[in-house]
Design a protein around this ligand. Sequence first.
Ligand code: GAL
Length: 967
Amino acid sequence: MTVARRDLLLGSAVVGLAGGIAPVRAFAAKGSPVDGTGALPMPAPTNVLPAALPVQDAARVLMDRGWLFHEGDIEPAPLDSHNATYISVKAGNARGAAAVDYDDSDWQAVELPHDWASFQPFVKTANVAQGYRPRGIGWYRRSFRLDPALQGRRIELEFGGVATFATIWVNGSVVAHNFSGYNAIRIDLTPFARFGDEPNIVAVRVDAEAMEGWWYEGAGLYRHVWLADYAPVSIATDGVHCDPRKADDGWHIPITATLTSIAPVDSAVTVEARLLDPQGKVVAQGQVPASVRSLDEASATLDLRVTDPMLWSIEQPTLYTVQVRLLREGQVADERRVAVGFRTIRFDAAQGFFLNDKPVKLKGVCLHQDHAGVGTAIPDALIGWRLERLKAMGCNAVRSSHNAPTPELLDWCDRLGLVVMDENRQFNPAPEYRAQLEWLVRRDRNHPCVILWSVFNEEPMQGTPSGVEMVKRMAHWVRALDDSRPVTAAMNGAFFDPVNVAQVVDVTGFNYYQGDYDRYHRLNPTKPMTSSEDTSAFMTRGAFESDPARHIASSYDDEAASWGATHRAAWKAIADRPFVAGGFVWTGFDYHGEPTPYEWPTIASFFGIMDLCGFPKTAFDIHRAAWVDDRPVVAIAPHWSWPGREGKPVKVMVLSNAERVVLRLNGKTMGEAAVDRLMGNEWTVPYAPGRIEAIAYRGGQEVARAAHETVGVPVALRLTPARTVMAGDTEDAQAITIDAVDAKGRHVPTANLMTRFTIEGGAIIGVGNGDPNSHEPEKGNQRSLFNGLAQMIVRPDTGRGRITIRATADGLKPATLKLDRLGVAPRAQVPVVAGDMDVRDWRRSPLMVDKPSPDLAPATSDNNGWAFVRAGTPTPAEGAGWRVYRTVVTPKRAVAARGGEIRFASVGGLASLWVDGQMVADKRDPKPGPMTATLLSGVNKRIIALIVAGMGNIESGLLGRVTVAPR
Ligand code: GAL
């Protein structure tokens, strides 16, 4: 079998950026997954890996592996002396779990992305909006080494997003307090870094009691973490702005590169930019000199011009690459590769949105970052898969509600041809929140997919002078960073108030209030407007009868929130009005939390066009019929297995984009009608087992057909992947569908039985079934089918091989699925170091004429007589005399249990080593050399004293690392 990543298939020179347009898997009409005659309501598997996401900055290395996690808070021990208090507030001396020396040996090893809330049970007393999952506080730690060759380089650590409030320490110094779960946290590690064998320790305390939303937000390090090292003069992170513009004389790419320097002297550099076409060919280039002062920033600007580039569009999302290189003394010191697209956007008050001067109705959905089984910790590949599902439905727009998306989502949207309303979380112009907003714009402003900045969602101050002042400022800051995209605010009222924020944004965003569209347009005929949110309808996937007592909403599209509308009515209101640019359905997928209209025991929402797993509800076909223009669509609801309902009326909906549709039951025509593309066609049919079929015609020709058959009892399980291949690169993931089939191999839409799984060659990182009322755990190796379907999320082991998954259920024939695990090189990860404990901090006595006692110690509160010294800092040659180096070691678990060794890599001078007053080693050669002593098992603190005789003319003392290692 020939398999490859899609970009490699394209043979591109620019891996990952080269217009690797993922073919969107359509729901074909005939013999297709939706025809109900055996296959699933899901696309057929492919045998191609998705293309790797673009690498913008090759200096960044992932730090997703090797984390240790502790659930719950850890209070440091009380400070029991003045001296301990004095020391505790000094740089590098964080206490408790933030301390460099903290014993984390019993913490749990985890990999990122990690959402600890997704492991929690559902608890009635926990917050309803967050899906009844306890959140709490958690700690993470990670150690890593930095090569001594990196000294002098700029080292940066980035957390893509931490839910929710985070405090971060590096090597015992607090380096960040962050008060949002949705912005990246960037830390200049340069001054804190240690090089060589001594590990760097990152500790993160995450306070997920804090909430920023009324939906499930997950908890912990749920996005990637990166470590990067840059030349002393380098390009700042998000420091390239290169968004193409169309001018009268053709296309330009105005480029601004922000440069930053930690070089000891002012530096002269050259910034070079090249535009690469999708095949990697250079089509434009330029360069400009720049100078950067030491410890300062500077910017370099240049303009590339290109005639007649291929445009980026929804149908053909062609990506070019801007390569920006920083040259210093003729050498490439830094480089970024930014995917760009040539497209124009425009919102018109009368005609809506234009992409490349063509009107495009925004057929959008709102998304939270959340999926069955994994919560907010969605692997990149699964994010892509979710977006492909939307695209297959004819969706062309997503709104990242109500926060900055994970950056990979935008990479996928660039590639798939989905436009994005990029939304800010905190409505607040105070400096900290201004920084979050500006970060969002800087990070995302090169993405061709981004077409709108939304400064807020539904803020009660939207109709007040104060709210207007806030939006004015926020919009101004956005425009200062990006003058090419309009600013909106997703309002839920105040549209007609004398003072309201719509007056200071470019596009009015309507959340609901669809009945006010016409009046607003009449009163504001020059103001562009879009629905920023609509619908909020309820459906339980696969259920066709509402049952409020059991918290079930029918999938006939007949239930909606009082402030919303059914899928069909909401879209009709938008589709009928050219002046409404488009809409964003609340929501594309169900999500945990906000379990409207029901509460406990319901734990997830009913709003999705698809359920939590991405299994389509009837809403999927409703939107497919309304939104897909380029291929025929026909679908039928409900399924056709209703034992006991023989002769009784069943409502049948046919959704199609054709001209006419005929409905047949067991070959007999039950109805025929002109297609109502937006509202669907409905018939009431007396139920008879057999085959119900809808045949769609255009110009008198059959163009599509869909059918459901009455199926028998389940006899076997089936496992269906999205792809038959996975990358053995440590990161790939995919959703695999479990269903039950009857004796003829047909999907049984009513099966609700428990299924159990085993896997070899991979791991199951989550399970789900789309039932908003289920309290089954989302981790583990079993899950009930819900209305016929369940899902597991699989992550492959590393390297080439096989993944074998087996599913069993009582009384059914088991299913076995074999997937090929391809030998795809993993992205580099910062190596994990198994750390011995460093004994860093010592007190050093003054120089003494006589040999001191090993018991000699600084007086209480002496912070001046005895020096504070770090292991590895030699005491200068200073004449003959004695000194005591003293510290206290608290053995970590392994040493306490088994005993260990204290190892001095290098001691200068004659020396004797004492542990708790006993001499344990003696060094009789003054030349630098190692010393080692045994530490007996036991939890007690050990007083370590090293008595050193300086020999006059050589450096002495703790010349190297001191470590404690278990036996
Ligand atoms: C909107 C809100 C969404 C969600 C939705 C439910 O008001 O913006 O976040 O809560 O209602 O209908």
